[in-house]
Design a protein around this ligand. Structure first.
Ligand SMILES: NC(=O)C1=CN([C@@H]2O[C@H](COP(=O)(O)OP(=O)(O)OC[C@H]3O[C@@H](n4cnc5c(N)ncnc54)[C@H](O)[C@@H]3O)[C@@H](O)[C@H]2O)C=CC1
Ligand SMILES: N[C@@H](CC=O)C(=O)O
Ligand code: NA
Length: 430
């Protein structure tokens, strides 16, 4: 048997502790598959005293995580701290510059600096592996980069944030309030250190940027992505969506269009028959469409210690086996610059929910705006009767352009009979 591969692990939180546990619990089968064993020789984390349920005795402890890169015994650096800047970025850069392979779960870092890091890895001929960064335990990176290498991919999409999917599911099935479910997601280790990244759609955008780069061979400019989170999704809209035969999901969708690539993250209403509609709780789904293969849909747990550790260990096994792919599926010289298509050009159907005063003429005012903007209605639903008070009215449109819909929304919100900011949710037929 070959010598053990020596690891330095930075970050011993949900994922770091999960990786150490998995390497310990499945040591013999992982060794058999990798052709050699793994030995964690050095670690770094903020709190030396915390009980993480893993034995850290005998391991070298670095106060400065970046020092792991220069530790002569460390052969592979595993970065599990998080953050697109600061020590995580410095450690990954230092490790690659020192010619050491890196495994990371850090989607923020990859979505922000992935191009430059790939150049560094390429120059040194070492691996930069990140299966854990997208959709947790689902082998989404491997599926796109290796499994679909022969395809021209037209679309990649999915449920990319476990925290949001868990919140939306618990609100729908148990009627629990948003804040309570978010706190539970944090307790379960699903959420980011700053959960605003989850609920505001930023984490899903990081993952979508990574998937789009792999699918389309071009770097994706995060600043050009349309990003909306789930903070405005109400229990009322979740219930009304159900009545209409839909589920509300936070989706990331990137597709190849004439003139470039569209990439957007926002809540969507998907028909209950859609393959992503029944993907609930912390589960993620990744859907890709290739010209040869057609559509594939992968699903599995997208967050939490076990699923994420599963992906980190898979990358370690690849490194031990000597399997190394170009970081973004093509050499960095072939990685094209970003060609974003603006969101205003998106076309689709919309769910529009208004709170309107229950009085004559209101619906005519609203439909008048839609008529002026050439938006036609597919259906309408009014709930309750409360003369002089606010009642919900739902309108589902036929396909129209985003720019038209946004202009209509602005005018509708200004009507005196519309009493609060309308809810607008895009309908997707994934
Ligand atoms: N929790 C999850 O389900 C998933 C997390 N990830 C990613 O994995 C990474 C780690 O996430 P979690 O384990 O959830 O975070 P966490 O907050 O539970 O753990 C972070 C660890 O990094 C350490 N750390 C932070 N800054 C440090 C510094 N300057 N020096 C030394 N140690 C430092 C902390 O002490 C802690 O041990 C992040 O990039 C996250 O986005 C990816 C997929 C799933
Ligand atoms: N916070 C993320 C963790 C995994 O990437 C999520 O909830 O999906
Ligand atoms: Na993954």
């Amino acid at each position: 048997m070959n010598k053990p591969l020596k690891l330095g692990v930075a970050g011993l939180g949900t994922v770091g502790a999960g990786v150490l546990s998995l390497l310990r619990d499945n040591a013999s089968l992982i060794t058999a598959r990798a052709g050699r064993s793994f030995e964690v020789v050095a670690v770094s984390a903020r709190d030396r005293t915390r009980d993480r349920g893993v034995d850290l005795s005998g391991l070298r402890w670095h106060e400065d995580a970046v020092a792991l890169a220069a530790d002569p015994e460390v052969e592979v650096v595993v970065e599990l701290m998080g953050g697109s800047e600061g020590p995580a970025r410095q450690l990954v850069e230092a490790a690659l510059a020192a010619g050491k392979p890196v495994v990371t779960a850090n989607k923020a870092l990859l979505a922000t600096h992935g191009g430059a890091l790939a150049k560094l890895a390429e120059a040194k001929g070492v691996a930069l592996a990140y299966e854990a960064a997208v959709a947790g335990g689902i082998p989404a990176i491997k599926a796109l980069r290796e499994g679909l290498a022969g395809n021209r991919i037209s679309r990649v999409a999915g449920i990319l944030n476990g925290t949001c999917n868990y919140i939306l599911t618990e609100m729908r099935l148990k009627g629990l309030p948003f804040a309570e479910v978010l706190a539970e997601a944090q307790r379960l280790g699903y959420a980011e250190a700053d959960p605003a990244f989850d609920i505001e759609g930023v984490d899903a955008a990081h993952k979508l940027a990574i998937l789009a780069a792999l699918a389309f061979g071009q770097q994706v400019d995060l600043a050009a992505l349309h990003i909306e989170g789930i903070t405005n999704i109400s229990a009322l809209d979740i219930a009304l969506a159900g009545e209409l035969g839909y589920r509300i999901k936070l989706l990331g969708i990137a597709s190849r269009e004439e003139g470039g690539v569209t990439a957007r993250v926002h809540p969507c209403m998907v028909p209950v028959s859609s393959p992503v509609a029944s993907v609930d709780g912390v589960f993620n789904a990744v859907l890709a469409e290739g010209d040869a293969v057609g559509r594939i849909v992968l699903q599995g747990r997208g967050a939490g210690a076990g699923p994420t550790a599963s992906a980190v260990v898979a990358d370690l096994v690849d490194i031990a086996r000597g399997c190394q792919s170009p970081v973004w599926g093509v050499g960095t010289e072939a990685l094209a610059p970003s060609t974003p298509v603006p969101m205003e050009r998106h076309r689709g159907a919309y769910y529009l929910r208004l709170m309107v005063l229950d009085q004559p003429g209101v619906i005519a005012d609203v439909t008048g705006v839609l008529r002026d903007m050439s938006i036609s209605l597919e259906s309408m639903l009014q709930r309750g009767r409360a003369p002089g008070e606010a009642v919900p009215v739902v309108m589902v449109t036929h396909e129209c352009e985003e720019a038209q819909m946004q202009a209509a929304l602005k005018r509708i919100a200004e009507l005196s009979s519309v009493v609060e900011q309308p809810a607008l949710i895009r309908i997707e037929t994934l």
